[in-house]
Write a protein that binds this ligand. Structure first.
Ligand code: NDP
Length: 335
């Protein structure tokens, strides 16, 4: 077991050893440590080799200084300068919050940035501050549009968070592919099949073999043609609307070893006090009570919050081998 604080500090040392300034390293370390603490294992420590590989490849600029513009009172437009998206978000966070409070609604559009993490960590603090929040990110082409046989759009997650009258915000966070790409990578690593109906091989034929999907195949969107429409909407809101790149425009192939995508992200914040919803947190509670009474045995976020509570009490599970590997990564890579 490792405490959240110790894990965060260890990850920050790894990222600084790989060329990131301490402030940016701490931000990225927070995103990874929070995902691991919340048992979002597809976007926690599992991702570290990919982060380091992208940094080493030069595709990501770990020392990037994002440029924040505010073209209109309610819009923050950020050029991530090829850095990590969490650093770009942090650069615009205060102005975004101020604008949402003053205007009732505000958004931040991030382009030219790399998001390789769980979206939940980006927006939970906004719901903690009493706002409704919606976030979307696009990524490398990995998902075939409905009826197509090859990948065009990304796994394009969408996350929603809002305050509750009691306890932590209600939050859900999901890839719009039938399963996240990281789950395919983990299945390949662990030598087991992926579920039927979620992937195609390079010939456009259904497959349950994770290696066949990774070798030029594609994932399918969740929910048939309706899920495909939402996945496409995310690609448009995260890339077209922000000035970012579509998944198929990503040029990671020019940077051997790069695993992340240069893509876009959109976050929209709404202050319920400005929309007639001053009592929204109580209304959220009313609906959740109804859902539970109707038999919903689990609210989105229950698993994540249970893992967080367990981590606070017992620490975050980690093997000795992984801990040793993380410690080895705190030394700068041989040039
Ligand atoms: P899951 O399918 O595991 O979960 C999606 C959401 O549904 C979660 O909020 C989860 O809550 C909730 N949920 C799961 N099962 C139930 C249930 N039985 N009843 C009610 N609610 C349930 O997530 P994904 O695999 O789709 O995504 C995993 C992560 O990958 C996300 O954090 C996403 O942001 C990230 N991702 C990031 C990408 C990027 O480019 N940066 C690309 C794609 C994905 P709970 O958290 O409590 O389990």
């Amino acid at each position: 077991m490792i405490s959240y604080g110790d894990l965060h500090a260890l990850l920050a040392r790894i990222f600084t050893a790989h060329g990131m300034p301490p402030g940016s390293a701490a931000i990225l370390a927070g995103a990874v440590a929070q995902a691991e603490r919340d048992a979002c294992l597809s976007h926690g420590l599992f991702r570290i080799p990919g982060y380091l590989s992208s940094l080493r490849s030069g595709y990501v600029d770990g020392a990037a200084v994002p440029v924040v513009e505010q073209p209109r009172p309610g819009t923050m437009a950020v050029d991530g300068a090829r850095g990590f998206a969490q650093v770009a978000l942090e650069a615009g966070r205060v102005r975004l919050l101020e604008a949402a409070r003053n205007l009732g609604i505000a958004c931040i559009s991030i382009r030219n940035a790399h998001h390789y993490a769980a979206l939940a960590t980006d927006i939970e603090p906004f719901a903690d501050a009493g706002l409704f929040a919606l976030a979307m990110v696009n990524g490398r082409s990995r998902v075939a549009p409905f009826g197509a046989r090859r990948a065009v759009i990304g796994t394009n997650p969408i996350a929603f968070a809002c305050p509750r009258a009691s306890g932590a915000p209600l939050l859900w966070d999901m890839a719009t592919s039938a399963i996240a790409n990281a789950d395919v990578l983990m299945a390949a690593r662990d030598g087991h099949a992926i579920p039927a109906g979620v992937a195609l091989d390079r010939h456009g034929e259904p497959t349950t073999d994770p290696e066949a999907m990774q070798d030029g195949g594609a994932l399918l969107p969740f929910g048939g043609h309706k899920g495909a429409a939402i996945a496409t909407m995310v690609e448009l809101l995260a890339a077209a609307l922000t000035g970012g790149r579509f998944g198929f425009e990503d040029d990671a192939f020019r940077y051997p070893g790069a695993t992340t995508a240069n893509a876009g992200q959109l976050i929209i914040l709404i202050d319920p006090a400005a929309t007639g919803g001053a009592g929204a947190a109580e209304r959220v509670e009313t609906l959740l009570t109804r859902l539970t009474d109707a038999g919903a045995d689990r609210i989105p976020g229950d698993r994540r919050l249970a893992a967080r509570a367990s981590a606070a009490e017992n620490g975050i599970p980690i093997t000795q081998a992984l801990l040793a590997q993380l410690q080895a990564w705190t030394y700068p890579p041989a040039s």
